[in-house]
Every structure is written in C-alpha cells, then in structure tokens.
Ligand binder design. Structure first.
Ligand code: ADP
Ligand code: MG
Ligand code: ZN
Length: 489
C-alpha cells in the first residue's frame, strides 16, 4: 500500500543570554563541572527564581519573525519528573498559555511548490543538567552547569512530508534564529536540537497514524538519516500487517538506526501545574512593537530580495541557510567597487568557493580572516578580467585561509591576466613557430589541434593569458598573418 509520511518537529533552541533563565549564573559552555551554579539552579529549598527579561524578549522576537501571536500574558508551569540531572524534580516550562502561538515558515515541498509549515506554539523552559557516565569507575556524575539554561521550544503542526522537507525546514529555522540573534545555534554544543515525530498513513487518508518520537537529534544529517530509517521501519511493520506502537525512540548515529527508549504505557505523567514561585509573565504591546521594529528582514523578504538581485535559487538558499552568509554577502556587495556586476560575481564566488571553504573549516563566513571587504576586491578583480576563473580557483584557498588582500597578491606576484593584444600576439606567434607540425595539421583542417596550442600558450604565459583572446590570436597567427599584430586591425 502506498503511504504518506507525516512529520511534526519539536525544536529546542538555547536562547542567547549571558545568564540563566531564573538566576544570574553564566550560561557559558565548557566550564569546570558545577562551577556555574547557585541555590536556584540547583533547586535548594526556599530559593526563589526570577525570570531573565532578555530571555523573554528573545522568545518574543523568534515568534514575531515567524509570524506568531505574542501573548501579552503567559504562565510558567512545573513539569514534574524525576531525573538525577533535574535538581528541582521538575522542569519549569510553559503549558498554557505559552509566550507565542501560531505562525509558520515557508519551505519548498517535494513537488516543488511553496508550502507553509505551521507552528503550533513557542514556549520558554529551562534546560536540565548533564549526567556524565564514568564507565571505568562504574559511576555516574552530575554536572549542573547547564541546569537552568534558557530554551525556547518551537512545536510545529504535523505538516512535513519527508526527510528532505524536514531538513530544509530546520536549516531555514536555524538560519533565521541565528540571524535574529535569538540563539547562537551551535549544534555541536546542543544549542539547537530537535525531536522528530513521525508516522505513516494510507495515501490521502485524513486520519493520522501512530507516531514514533525520535529524541534529541543535534545534526541536520542525523535528522535526515533518522527519518529515512524510521520510514523504512514503520512501512516494514505495516507491510507485514503489524501495528506501529507509540514509542519514544533514540537514534544511534553509529549504526544509523532508531531504538526504543520507552513505550506510551511507560510515558511520564508530568502532572503539570502552575509554578507558584513565579508570577505570570507579562509583555507589553509597546515592547512587542519595539521588538517588531528591530526585526531584520524576514526569510521570505530576504529570499525575494536575493532573487530580484538576479541570484540563482541555490545561491539564495545557501545564503539564507548558512549562519552569517547573508550578512557577509550584503557587506561584500556594499563594498564592491563600482555599481554593477558585483552581486552575481560575489554570489558565485561564495557558492562555489568560499562557503564550501568555510564549511570545511567549520567556521561561519563572518569568522573568516577573509573579510567581506577582501571578497569585494576579489570579485572586482574577477569582474574586470584581471583574474581569470582558473586563477581565482587556484588562489582561493590561500586567500581565504590567510585573509590575504587579493589586490596585493596580484600585484606582488604579477598575476594579472594578460589580454593585451600586443603581448598575447607575440606569444601566439612564438607558440606557432615552436610547433610547426601542429600548425601544419591545423592548416590542413584539423582544427581540434588548436586547443593543444592554447594549452601551450597558457603555459608560456604562466597561466595568465585570457583563454578566449589567446584562441583568437593563435588562429590569426596560424592563418599566416605571421608578422601582423593580430587580426582585424
Ligand atoms: P507531545 O507533547 O506528547 O510530544 P504533541 O501533541 O504536543 O505531543 O505533539 C508533538 C509533535 O508531534 C508536534 O510537532 C505534532 O505536530 C507532532 N505530531 C502529533 N501527532 C503526530 C502524528 N500522528 N504523526 C506525526 N507527527 C505528529
Ligand atoms: Mg514531544
Ligand atoms: Zn544559578
């Protein structure tokens, strides 16, 4: 039977604050265990939490950028469960009402049409600490540095239909939240992670199937792999006439498989109730308006703008998805000498060379020593023909990793492309004279031999000849115009 895949995501993003959600402890990553803690975030009796105002602003900002309603009043609740790294015995989260409701984000569906993935809600909550298992000593240690770190959880409606759509949605969302400054989004540090809810149903059926919930995926690749695996697993069960159980699953990235953590029957009863230690959260319409004004352009506006600048679809998408790429592009274009052409060149250089380089290095474009100003210079040298395509490719790695000034490099190393007729013409004649056999073959109609001669000329010019012009001048030299200065004049 043909089946539809139905996916809903729950994304946790760590808010970009210096201090925790309910106490002044720092949120820094990688500190000595249990040094960034106090009586509040370790759950000491009688300690009282106070909400971090910046966390609320960031949560609201995320909602505004995603078209959600920001609730003037929301409420923190206790979500009760027991776990060694949860010192309070409850997580402080928002059940009803959360800080934001509704909204959505547009992606391209698998059939190529635009599609809006609706959001159910965005709420604030605090993170748990960490259990560190010491296999050698056979003990488990608890580090509470992360306990109390502010998160937002973004919950989508089950509007996603494939692994590809899920990954596109997450990349877009990640890019947007990072651009807004809502989160730093470092996935390796767990600052952006997601739970994938996935079910299958007979094609076209309005009734949703039973879902599996894959917990805590912290890379786009794992999300894709986990979904593909789970589609295979569930469809295998249906094909064999079995029933899919509602389960919480863990994705083993080594094996590329999901594994059951607990079934629905063992699911927690969180016994949510309003957190009596915290007053309701109010956000004034004035503040919401101010935050709205601070918003940078939304993803749809940005995409429209890039396309109207003449960028290709893939280029626009790359710039939107990669952290810092759009800002980098905008600054480079602003610094481009002259008025036109810079956008297309810069977009192509970033797509083909610079963004792959940054990804390989694991840095954001804005962290690269090759600044947007230098990119503008490189685009300029390419645009005005000083550097040909091949030379740009050859130099790219050095320029990017060294943060070198391309103008200076071209000058110091004498790399400027030669398209000057006199100089190229002389080289063309020299090549023809040095290869009488090939020249004769060309004259007898074997025109393919020309590319060999162009190759010789490129070599003679140390790669600096402008290839198209070199071909023209060689042709002129071969057609017997032995002592002329090229064709046509
Ligand atoms: P819970 O909080 O118990 O995980 P929710 O009802 O809040 O459950 O749903 C969580 C996520 O699961 C949402 O993103 C929702 O869209 C998605 N979801 C709910 N039902 C299904 C289903 N049958 N198949 C796929 N996703 C689902
Ligand atoms: Mg869930
Ligand atoms: Zn604290």
């Amino acid at each position: 039977m043909e089946m539809d895949t139905v996916i809903g995501l729950e994304i946790h993003a760590q808010l970009n604050t210096r201090t925790k959600l309910f106490c002044p402890c720092p949120t820094e990553f990688g500190a000595e265990p249990n040094t960034n803690i106090c009586e509040v975030c370790t759950g000491q009796p009688g300690a009282l939490p106070r909400m971090n105002g910046l966390a609320l602003e960031l949560a609201a900002k995320a909602g505004l950028a995603l078209g959600s309603r920001v609730n003037e009043r929301s409420l923190f609740s206790r979500k009760n469960y027991f776990y060694p790294d949860l010192p309070n015995g409850f997580q402080t989260s928002q059940l009803d009402p959360p800080v934001c409701e509704g909204g959505g984000l547009e992606i391209t569906s698998d059939d190529g049409s635009p599609k809006r993935v609706r959001l159910n809600r965005i709420h604030m909550e605090d993170d748990a600490g960490k259990c560190v298992h010491d296999e050698r000593r056979g003990i488990t240690l608890v580090d509470l540095n992360r306990a109390g770190t502010p998160l937002i959880e973004i919950v989508t409606e089950p509007d996603i239909s494939s692994a590809r759509e899920a990954v596109e949605f997450l990349r877009k969302l990640h890019g947007l939240l990072v651009r807004l400054g809502v989160t730093r989004g470092r996935m390796e540090e767990g600052e952006f992670r997601c739970d994938v809810n996935i079910s299958l149903k007979p094609k076209g059926s309005p009734v949703l199937g039973v879902r599996g919930e894959i917990k805590n995926l912290n890379s786009f690749r794992f999300v894709g792999q986990a979904i593909e695996y789970e589609i295979g697993r569930q469809s295998g069960i249906y094909a064999a006439g079995g029933r899919v159980l509602q389960e919480t699953l863990h994705f083993d990235s080594q094996k590329g498989e999901t594994r059951s953590l607990r079934s629905k029957e063992e699911a927690h009863d969180y016994r949510y109730f309003p957190q009596p230690d915290l007053p309701p959260v109010y956000i004034s319409p004035d503040l919401v308006e101010r935050l709205r004004l601070e918003l940078p352009e939304g993803p749809e506006e940005a995409a429209d703008r890039l396309l109207s600048l003449g960028l290709k679809d893939v280029q626009a998408q790359l710039l939107m998805e990669r952290r810092g790429a759009l800002e980098y592009f905008d600054s480079a274009v602003a610094a481009f000498p002259g008025t036109s052409g810079g956008t297309a060149r810069t977009a192509a250089l970033m797509e083909e060379l610079f963004l792959p380089h940054c990804q390989k290095e694991g840095i954001s474009p804005l962290e690269s020593p090759f600044t947007p100003d230098l990119m503008a210079k490189l685009a300029g040298l390419h645009e005005d023909g000083t550097l040909g395509r091949r030379k740009v490719q050859e130099l790219a790695e050095q320029l990017f990793s060294g943060g070198l000034d391309p103008v200076k490099v071209v000058r110091d190393r004498g790399l400027a492309q030669i398209s000057d007729e006199g100089e190229l013409g002389r080289m063309a004649r020299e090549v023809v004279e040095a290869h009488p056999e090939e020249a004769a073959k060309y004259r007898s109609g074997q025109e393919k031999i020309l590319s060999f001669l162009v190759g010789r000329l490129m070599k003679l010019s140390a790669g600096r000849a402008e290839p198209r012009r070199a071909g023209e001048l060689l042709r002129a030299a071969l057609s017997g115009d032995g002592d002329g200065g090229g064709e046509g004049n």
